[in-house]
Design a protein around this ligand. Sequence first.
Ligand code: C2E
Ligand code: CA
Ligand code: CA
Ligand code: CA
Length: 281
Amino acid sequence: AKTLGKGQYHVFDPTMHAAAMQALQLENDLRKAIQQKEFVVHYQPIISLCTGKINGFEALVRWQHPTRGIVPPALFIPLAEETGLINSIGKIVLSQACHQVQQWHQEKLIDESIFMSVNISAKQFAQLDIVEQIDQIMAETQINPQNLKLEITESAFINNAQSAKAILQELRQRRIQLSIDDFGTGYSSLSYLHNFPVDTLKIDQSFVSKLDGTLESLGLIPAIKKIAETMKMSVVAEGIETEKQLAQLRELKCEFGQGYLFAKPLPEKEATELLAASPKW
Ligand code: C2E
Ligand code: CA
Ligand code: CA
Ligand code: CA
């Protein structure tokens, strides 16, 4: 952009134009993808770090683009949030994940102690009918609400504390569980934890990846663990990639974790095989 003075800008940057065009193209593609059901959900096991047993799964969306192949969420979730398309995509993911629970339950692969954790973006959480949407999917699939956990980031209730509290209480009444995703990476105030019924804190990968066996590398993890203990919440460490990280998390008495060390997010078929092969609850 070239300055013309008085706050006016003459825009003729060709790379900016290209980026705008690309975003528009992506938005159109996303709309089509919603209509043509191009989204699939992969499932990453969440493991008990002391027994090695499967404690639950996190549902993670993938876009199966007809020509581009599998597109990871980092490449389309931000635009989906900007355009509001995240509401439709989120509904699709929630529905697929709950249908998966229904199927696993029917096949006797899980009982009510295994949860399915579904990411709900802040924008999606702010929809007036979010509880209704969840009720509808629960009615349709008839799954035990204890099998369902929702992952929201701190931003989901910081921006809109009043309505967030009401929504969380509705969810609590239904016995649906709640995780705070990427805990410790967002807002510094912890006071909201007192006002909201939260079951689990998820320790972000950025903390876990720093673990290298030294005391200094523990960073905020002991503090997060302490908060969880005081508030009677459980802790899930994400992005565990090495034995060293695992050993340190175990030493800190982190109960649960997920990461490539155990398994990547798996397509339905592989996740089902893993469940079938693992020791029963
Ligand atoms: P997130 O919720 O923090 O999810 C964890 C991410 O870490 C996932 O990336 C997962 O595949 C990845 N991961 C798990 N274990 C490891 C590991 O050991 N090493 C490394 N390097 N990565 C690991 P993914 O699936 O690409 O998703 C990225 C983000 O996109 C998610 O971060 C979440 O914020 C968002 N996302 C994914 N699916 C959904 C969805 O259905 N709805 C919404 N709203 N957001 C979603
Ligand atoms: Ca998550
Ligand atoms: Ca996370
Ligand atoms: Ca994360």
